[in-house]
Design a protein around this ligand. Structure first.
Ligand code: ZN
Length: 204
């Protein structure tokens, strides 16, 4: 918080209102020394007088703290900027999820292959007590791998309907049974009901 800036702001607003330090102090029930201290940036107005001070100076408390008037145009602009940053953040984390999925699949496939090779070797050695549990492990690993991959792919980002532009997350059933090419799925839009190839997008 810039006390000097706030002080200058208070002084200029006080003068705008045609008030002396003494009159302003009087209306707030404080000493004019206190007003002088604010205006020179030595201290900030006490929280107890702040609402009345803002009332007299015709500003909001946020404007007092900012040490300047906040016009609505600036506010809207900064809100839009903030929203855009949030959106970009979401896009980044969704991309990250997709990357994690790919690494996960590669690592699991390597493990899966290794287990299969060891299991086949044990099978040939007729060590069935070891080979069979390993085959089962490999199978369970494959099933969970596919499930996780599907879950992540469905949840990362959204699908966009080319007909109406709706962006949504499909139901698990619709997602699994729909034909797909890469990450583009042939789905029925929940909004307009038309079937089409829905592209994957990273933001809503
Ligand atoms: Zn649609």
């Amino acid at each position: 918080m810039d006390q000097i800036k706030i002080g200058k702001f208070i002084a200029s607003l006080r003068k705008e209102q045609g008030l002396t330090q003494a009159v302003l102090a009087d209306r707030l029930g404080i000493t004019d020394r206190a007003v002088s201290k604010w205006e020179t940036g030595k201290c900030l107005p006490d929280a107890s007088v702040m609402p009345e001070l803002c009332d007299i100076l015709k500003i909001s408390v946020s404007e007092l703290f900012a040490g300047e008037r906040i016009d609505m145009e600036n506010l809207r602009e900064s809100n839009e900027k903030l929203l855009l940053e949030l959106k970009e953040g979401e896009e980044r984390s969704n991309r990250k999820l997709l990357h994690i999925r790919i690494s996960l699949i590669v690592i699991s496939l390597v493990v899966y292959m290794a287990i299969l090779i060891i299991a086949s070797f044990l099978f040939k050695m007729e060590l069935l007590n070891f080979a069979i549990p390993l085959f089962i492990t490999a199978f369970v690993l494959l099933i969970s791998l596919v499930t996780i991959a599907i879950l992540i792919e469905r949840d990362a980002g959204y699908f966009e309907c080319p007909e109406c532009g709706e962006r949504y997350v499909p139901t698990m059933r619709a997602f699994i049974v729909s034909p797909h090419m890469g990450t583009t799925h042939h789905l029925k839009c929940p909004k307009c009901g038309k079937k089409a190839w829905h592209k994957k997008v990273m933001t809503k």
